[in-house]
Ligand binder design. Structure first.
Ligand SMILES: CC(C)(COP(=O)(O)OP(=O)(O)OC[C@H]1O[C@@H](n2cnc3c(N)ncnc32)[C@H](O)[C@@H]1OP(=O)(O)O)[C@@H](O)C(=O)NCCC(=O)NCCS
Length: 324
């Protein structure tokens, strides 16, 4: 059975950076109090990128995909599978994956979206890995892309300070050399109300609440417990000890969740990739954005073992252990 090897990565961020101070001033003008000190001490977030009104999820996804394809050195026509993770698609249908395929000008390959919120990228990566290992695809484009700023209630200080927009992409290729070593996906739908956007469309109108709502403390506790178990499971499947992982690239939601997990897994902070300070929580885009940053600045190198983890609404969580 072939391995799925990551042969390229790329990312895209909108041009508009909103610092905590600027966001605090914007909220203060509406009578809502927050501060850089509160946001940094509770989450580690210092700024976020916010897409302009005319920038869609597919635009960010396309830019990240183009960079990943250029980085891999393949001809885009080789791609025979596109999986895009998002909870903020351009349309109800068709999928954003199909829109990206159209922008890339490569008709023919299977293309579909995966919806697992902030776990979306590890769900998409695991799905692509299964296709490749089964011999059903040879070259997959896997994208996480979001414009969460569109589903944030900018009058809710408990959530609006946490999220940002962006996209990241991998090119995976079938290879005889080790690539993805093990994967582990889980969900507990009974927890769907602790993090959700419960609006729907009926008779041409949004019915229900169109904004993201969250029980922050329940999410925090569930994330730490589920991700520790997931990491141990994926390492056991691959037959490696967690403390021998070279790089941990966790979902970038909160630096306190990340450091707590690092301690439980015996991983020092200098082996954990943190971008939540710059990107905030970009949901399905967060893991490939963080991975790409650490790969491009030379921290993640060929031969190393990297643990990727996602967690989010559903409730969903998952891990991918990969040799670069
Ligand atoms: C959201 C989170 C940062 C809140 O931190 P917390 O310590 O749990 O804070 P609480 O929700 O208990 O709120 C504490 C106080 O801060 C206030 N507060 C909330 N947001 C605030 C903000 N942006 N600025 C200032 N005060 C704020 C609350 O109103 C509350 O005030 P009160 O005590 O007067 O009622 C934290 O729960 C968290 O990170 N959870 C996980 C979220 C996450 O990762 N989500 C994405 C998963 S994919």
């Amino acid at each position: 059975m072939p391995f799925s090897k990551i042969i390229g990565s790329g990312s895209a961020l909108p041009s508009n950076i909103v610092s905590n101070d600027v966001l605090s001033q914007q909220l203060a003008a509406k009578g809502i109090e927050t501060s850089d000190e509160w946001i940094v001490s509770r989450t580690g977030i210092k700024q976020r990128y916010i897409a302009a009104d005319d920038v869609k999820t597919s635009d960010l996804a396309f830019e990240a995909a183009q960079k990943a394809i250029a980085d891999s050195g393949i001809d885009a026509a080789e791609i025979d599978l596109i999986i895009l993770a998002t909870s903020t698609p351009d349309y109800i249908f068709p999928s954003t994956a199909c829109l990206v395929q159209s922008k890339l000008g490569i008709a023919g390959a299977a293309a579909f979206d995966v919806q697992a919120v902030c776990s979306g990228f590890v769900y998409a990566l695991t799905t692509a890995d299964s296709y490749i290992r089964a011999g059903n695809a040879k070259c997959a484009l896997v994208i996480g892309a979001e414009t969460f700023s569109r589903i944030i209630d900018w009058n809710d200080r408990g959530t609006c300070v946490l999220f940002g927009d962006g996209a990241g992409a991998f090119v995976l290729k079938a290879s005889d050399e080790p690539g993805i070593l093990a994967t582990q996906l889980n969900a507990d739908g009974s927890l769907h109300t602790i993090l959700h956007t419960a609006g729907g469309v009926q008779h041409g109108q949004v019915v229900g609440d169109p904004f993201l709502r969250m029980d922050g403390q329940a999410v925090f506790k569930t994330a730490v417990t589920s991700l520790e178990a997931s990491a141990l499971s994926v390492c056991a499947k691959a037959g490696i000890a967690p403390e021998t992982i070279d790089w941990f690239v966790p979902h970038q939601a909160n630096v306190r969740i990340i450091n707590s997990l690092g301690r439980k897994l015996g991983l020092d902070e200098d082996r954990i990739v943190v971008t939540v300070d710059k990107h905030a929580n970009t949901s399905a885009a967060s893991v490939p954005l963080a991975f790409d940053a650490a790969r491009k600045d030379g921290r993640i190198q060929a031969g190393q073992k990297v643990l990727l983890q996602g967690v989010g609404g559903g409730f969903t969580w998952g891990s991918v252990l990969v040799q670069i």
